[in-house]
Design a binder for this molecule. Structure first.
Ligand code: ARG
Ligand code: MN
Ligand code: MN
Length: 326
């Protein structure tokens, strides 16, 4: 076993960044599937388990005169007291809620990382990457990010087909998109495009493809994984994310795994990582000892009856944290 980590498990039962409800039940399902016991068996010290909630219901001020009919349904006017008081955008669903939870999450993650702990965030939908990585950016000025996903989450209000903020988290972290998200918990950008590697992609929107090309983001699509094999993909990915970085974060969207293994997720896409490809990737990362934080998101127990996706998440987390077959 590698050196044990001092782990902080940070649960975030939040799903308003997704189009379907239910990912808010993910953290509880993952914990109930035995995560903490398994981590302790590997030899890690699980120091604290925290649950991050929205601090208070978003303030909906009714100014006089009260908002006229015809005002967009996107929510209240900008809160003048917030630290990034850009006006809301009616195309971005639940921007207030997503901003509030991510601010709170960023505080938790920043404190954990500053204390030399390994923050392990359990989502929740993938909009939470904004809070996790913004928190990490406070101690890691040059963070490498491994983004496992069927999607690239590189939309903005201008390119999103859905308005769902979980499809815009990585673009926000790269400094593209709504100011309340790009400047959450610190100046933009939180990560640099050359320090990001995406793995498992197979469902991209046109604007996302354009951004990948424009920014030169390293991508290993399912096609690349088929062709090269996961071992080579991870070897190259490790080289990229550890070049000139001061930490490596794994952002793991469970929909990167094939829906046959991970049916409990809101935006499944066929043709994903096999059970073994996913494990191999995370086992190789554990062997490389480069990972300093992780998040596992988009487990939606409401979309399945047998809990297999939460169980898969536990198994994958343990592979990333050093569990081996022998
Ligand atoms: N984190 C996720 N599961 N994202 C799915 C995004 C789907 C689609 N690209 C969108 O923007 O709506
Ligand atoms: Mn995602
Ligand atoms: Mn996804």
């Amino acid at each position: 076993m590698n050196k044990p980590h001092l782990l902080n498990v940070i649960s975030v039962p939040f799903d308003l960044g997704a189009g379907l409800r239910g990912a808010s039940l993910g953290p509880e399902a993952i914990i109930q599937a035995g995560l903490v016991r398994r981590l302790r068996q590997i030899g890690h010290v699980v120091e604290a388990t925290a649950t991050v909630h929205t601090p208070q219901p978003p303030v909906r001020r009714h100014k006089t005169p009260s908002p006229a009919a015809g005002q967009p349904a996107g929510g209240p006017a900008a809160d003048p007291a917030s630290d990034a008081p850009a006006p809301a955008d009616s195309r971005l669903k639940h921007l207030d809620e997503v901003t509030a939870i991510n601010r709170e999450l960023a505080h938790h993650v920043a404190a954990s990382a500053a204390g030399g702990r390994f923050p392990l965030v359990l989502g929740g939908d993938h909009s939470l990457a904004i809070g996790t990585i913004s928190g990490l950016a406070q101690t890691h000025r040059r963070l490498g990010v491994l983004w496992f996903d069927a999607h690239s989450d590189l939309n903005t209000a201008d390119t999103s087909p859905s308005g769902n903020l979980h499809g815009m988290s990585l673009s926000a972290l790269l400094g593209k998109g709504h100011e309340r998200l790009t400047r959450l918990g610190g100046a933009a950008p939180k990560v640099r495009p050359e320090h990001v590697v995406m793995i498992g992609l197979r469902d991209l929107d046109p604007g996302e493809k354009a951004l990948i090309a424009a920014e030169g983001i390293h991508c290993f699509t399912m096609h690349d994984i088929d062709k090269l094999g996961m071992a080579q993909v991870i070897e190259e990915a490790i080289r990229i994310v550890s070049r000139d970085t001061d930490g490596v974060h794994v952002s793991f969207d469970i929909d990167s795994v094939d829906p046959a293994e991970a049916p409990g997720t809101g935006t499944p896409v066929r043709g994903g990582l096999s059970y073994r490809e996913a494990h191999l990737a995370l086992e190789l990362l554990a062997e490389a000892r480069i990972v300093t934080s992780a998040e596992f998101v988009e487990v939606n127990p409401a979309l399945e009856s047998d809990g297999r996706t939460a169980k898969l998440a536990v198994d994958l987390i343990c592979s990333l944290l050093g569990e081996t077959i022998l």
